[in-house]
Design a protein. Structure first.
Ligand SMILES: [Zn+2]
Ligand SMILES: [Zn+2]
Length: 177
């Protein structure tokens, strides 16, 4: 994923990579890659500025936030990054101001690494609350049955969201009075 600036001169350089996902280290992640990460695009050079425009494709295994089942998800995302020579990198104090500018990276004037931008783009493309299906029925909060597979025999009144239970109890007490 490292390219020499001299190879980009002129026409630019086509990038077509198939990377082993183990080269990306994600902290506190709850997903796994099920296939290699594909990166396609083009590096171009304008003056000292290097541009990369392309697409990333990755197949990952996520855990459904409702039913806790593993499912396979295909991530396809565009990537657009600019690389400035490292001497243009702002000082520590200035970095905070520029932190929102996710699409700017730095290079040492000789070689350009796509590693960091690809990893960052993957992180923002992976859903925080993944669902196996938009209509996933989740688990019964009482017996744990996966309600997508079959209905359980728990009475409906205990299948309510556990966070609402105190309210429901109050309702029952009022009904008895
Ligand atoms: Zn689900
Ligand atoms: Zn149940």
């Amino acid at each position: 994923m490292i390219f020499e600036k001299q190879d980009i001169l002129g026409e630019g350089l086509n990038v077509d990579l198939c990377e082993d996902p183990s080269c990306f280290v994600f902290e506190n992640c709850d997903f796994n890659f099920s296939d290699s990460v594909k990166i396609k695009g083009r590096l171009t050079l304008t003056g000292e500025l290097v541009y990369f425009r392309g697409d990333i494709t990755a197949s990952i295994i996520l855990t459904c936030a409702r039913c806790l089942k593993y499912f396979n998800s295909l991530i396809q995302t565009a990537i657009q990054v600019d690389f400035l020579p490292r001497e243009n990198k702002p000082d520590e104090e200035e970095i905070e101001l520029e932190a929102s500018d996710l699409d700017i990276y730095y290079y040492d004037n000789v070689s350009i690494s796509l590693f960091e931008p690809v990893r960052d783009q993957l992180i923002i493309s992976i859903p925080i609350k993944p669902l196996c299906n938009a209509n996933c029925s989740g688990l019964c909060p009482h017996c744990g049955q996966n309600l997508n597979e079959k209905k359980c025999k728990c009475p409906d009144d205990i299948k309510i969201d556990p966070r609402l239970t105190p309210l429901e109890k109050l309702k029952h007490l009022k009904e008895k009075q």
